[in-house]
Design a protein around this ligand. Structure first.
Ligand code: FE
Length: 227
């Protein structure tokens, strides 16, 4: 097992352990998580490989795809295109999966996506209160904090407080909208184009767009500004 693979399994185990903690302090329906998920994943994988049902090289390609090829840079290109092309932006806001597929980004966990647009008086924040639903084709795998019980509960109870902690204070006269992702519908924030970017081309704009801005916990920094 290479190091990348091992890190992935370690992260998967940590995330599952968090889910287990979440399941224990709530009484709503959650799938029971095994006591040592990472070990069980490894055992299952070994068994599938041993029986010839799964090719380990194919698994590595899959993991590598979601860790390195599918990621927030895809989403950043979608955002930049929307900033420079109003017609594309309109398509993105009305039929996100098709508009995103136009740029070549398609994969599982993204069949139904909705883009919500930030503006001077509206700030959107995305969470999955139940688990970790996330738009994989444009953002890749969710960060650990997105899956944490603290973020999942507090993003709903105190979104402005959470935003402040992410270094994104939102003025009182700006409405904060919280979107709860599900397996059926996953949300992406179309952040505001920062001031001072009028002369940047699409590629330069894409370089400014961060993953956190597309989840809504931060804004896109202006050129030279710290993210
Ligand atoms: Fe979820």
């Amino acid at each position: 097992m290479d190091a990348t693979r091992r890190r992935f399994l370690t992260a998967a185990g940590a995330a599952a352990a968090q889910n287990m903690a979440h399941a224990q302090d709530h009484d709503h329906d959650h799938q029971a998580v095994p006591s040592d998920p990472a070990l069980r994943v490894k055992a299952l994988e070994s068994l599938l490989v041993e029986k010839g049902l799964v090719d380990p090289a194919a698994l590595d390609v899959l993991v590598d795809t979601f860790e390195h090829k599918v990621g927030p840079r895809n989403g950043a290109r979608v955002v930049a295109r929307a900033w420079v092309d109003p017609v594309y932006k309109k398509r993105l806001l009305t039929d996100a999966p098709s508009a995103i597929a136009e740029l070549g980004y398609t994969s599982g966990q993204g069949e139904h996506m909705l883009v919500v647009e930030n503006g001077p008086k509206v700030h959107n924040l995305v969470v999955c209160t139940l688990c970790s639903c996330y738009p994989w084709p444009v953002l890749g795998l969710p960060p650990v904090w997105y899956k944490s019980a603290a973020y999942r509960s507090r993003a709903v109870i105190d979104p402005r407080g959470v935003l402040r902690e992410f270094g994104t204070p939102v003025d009182e006269d700006v409405e904060v909208r919280v979107w709860d992702s599900t397996a059926e519908l996953r949300y992406i924030v179309l952040p505001e184009r920062p001031v001072g970017t009028e002369n940047l081309n699409e590629e330069e704009l894409a370089a400014l767009v961060t993953r956190d801005a597309m989840v809504g916990v931060s804004k896109v920094p202006a050129p030279g500004e710290k993210a």
